[in-house]
Design a protein around this ligand. Structure first.
Ligand code: HXC
Length: 262
């Protein structure tokens, strides 16, 4: 697509493939510049609209998933500029509007905006080398891409306060223990594992995958009773799909289902 700061590729041999976005500013440890976030948003929107794509993997390099928002771009901001340009909301929030699953495959540093970007994704597969942190406090600011909100929801107040107030980095083992990441794998297996998760999702019924994602997201937005009601309505609606007929018939006939995503 002629991107400057990301690479894109498709992976898989089924009818639905995984879109793979690799953050690619290696000399700046994938610092999340405005251009990079515009390009990431563009790639995610394209994959979301592409009928041949079932989910997306976002990854970085072995050294860094992303070392944060680009400090050299932010250093001279003033308040009015940050506000008028709608800094962060304008392009970063696109990640949270993707309706297909987004998997973060994280090796090395995921700091500041990098940790926040990982938390915007649906699953995080981490290499044993991954290090997560919210070190913005050392720069005289605070997390600005959802860190103060998503981190406590993911790991609870005690660990979130520790990370946000002291800038302590945590390793992959601790991140898994406290619920920040889904799985930890050896560094050399990171992409194989993340793509295996992606392939598994791509083989399932896309409407049920998308609706399942929407339901889990709803858990963060609503009281329990409303969330349960939402889930129940979605669950009922899936009996209107051909994929429900196929999935249950295949189970009863002891064969693999062939989902048509309808
Ligand atoms: C711009 C960055 C950068 C960043 C690293 N670099 N992080 N440039 N923005 N966030 C650049 C360095 O300036 C350096 O460029 C090159 O990448 C390599 O980094 P080094 O520091 O030399 O590497 P190393 O010694 O291995 O240390 C790695 C590191 C350190 C521990 C990750 O780079 C670091 O502390 N980075 C900043 C982490 C941070 O504070 N992130 C939060 C950002 S604020 P040169 O040209 O010198 O080679 C944030 C706000 C979020 O994210 C709110 C809105 C999203």
């Amino acid at each position: 697509m002629g991107y400057e700061t990301i690479l894109t590729a498709e992976h898989g041999d089924g009818p639905l493939k995984a879109g793979v976005v690799t953050l690619n500013r290696p000399t700046q440890l994938n610092a999340l510049s405005d251009t990079l976030m515009n390009e990431l948003g563009d790639a995610l929107r394209r994959y979301d609209a592409d009928d041949g794509i079932g989910c997306v993997v976002v990854t970085g390099s072995q050294k860094a998933f992303a070392a944060g928002a680009d400090i050299s771009e932010m250093a001279e901001f003033d308040y009015v500029q940050a506000y008028r340009e709608d800094f962060i909301s304008r392009n970063w929030e696109i990640v949270t509007t993707v309706r297909k699953p987004v998997i973060a495959a994280v090796a090395g540093f995921a700091l500041g905006g990098g940790c926040e970007l990982a938390m915007m994704c649906d699953l995080v597969v981490a290499a044993e080398t991954a290090k997560f942190g919210q070190p913005e406090i050392r720069l005289g600011v605070i997390p600005g891409a959802g860190g103060t909100q998503r981190l406590p929801r993911a790991v609870g107040k005690a660990k979130a306060m520790d990370m946000v107030l002291t800038a302590r980095l945590i390793d992959a083992a601790e991140a898994e223990r406290i619920g920040l990441v889904s799985r930890v794998v050896p560094a050399e297996r990171l992409m194989d594992e993340a793509l295996a998760v992606a392939d598994q999702i791509c083989r399932l019924s896309l409407p049920s995958i998308m609706l399942a994602k929407e339901c889990v997201e709803r858990a963060y937005e609503t009281p329990l009773a409303e969330g349960i009601r939402f889930e129940r309505r979605i669950f009922h609606s899936l009996f209107g799909t051909g994929d429900q007929r196929e999935g249950m018939a295949a189970f009863l006939e002891k064969r693999a289902p062939v989902f048509r995503h309808e």
